[in-house]
Write a protein that binds this ligand. Sequence first.
Ligand SMILES: [Cu+2]
Length: 229
Amino acid sequence: MKRRQFITKAGGAGLVASGVVGSASAQEGESDPRTGSGTQDDPYVVEMHTDGSEYLFDPVGLYVEEGDWVRWVNASGSHSTTAYSPSNPNAEVSLIPEGAEPWNSGTFQEQGATFDYQFQAAGTYDYYCIPHKTLGMVGRVVCGEPGGPAENNEIPDDVGSGILPDSETIVEEKALAYPYFPETSGGPLPSLALGAATLFGLGNVYLLSQTDRFSGRYDQDATDDTEIE
Ligand SMILES: [Cu+2]
């Protein structure tokens, strides 16, 4: 899914409270939003971007089957794709299934650089970009079905939860473009955010989400990250 298309879709965020968008985005017969087919030769693709002051994985949520391949492409800026595993830089917790092989591409400077990984263990995988983790550059892959420590790491019930989709939604939608906003209100803050979207337009939601990302759960174990472009 192209980012622009998603922005169009997210523009209707004000309708979420009534459930209209929830059904529209999961229409039957809609084509698979994933790029690629998951094979080694034609892997699913996640782009890594710097877009103004935003640093992002797109799609931010991706569903794969066991044995599927994913390719991260450094589309703009300098990024890494790095699994939450204590064996990786600045990750003090494991947020990948038990027995899964942690990955770390290292930080790419070169545009177009790629990193491929084959998902072999079922469960939920949270990952991040080394230089931009503290700015909210995180992503999630669900392989087969949700499970593992990432599922116990509760996504905060606030606007920041728009950054990292919940696993059930990933299973349902197969790919969720950045930025993701929850379709069901899990508390007052998402409703407020959606209200803001209705009243003031999508730009305000970006600002809200930007603000929240600086206080998100991923900040706590990454205080010594250096930031590069
Ligand atoms: Cu990055």
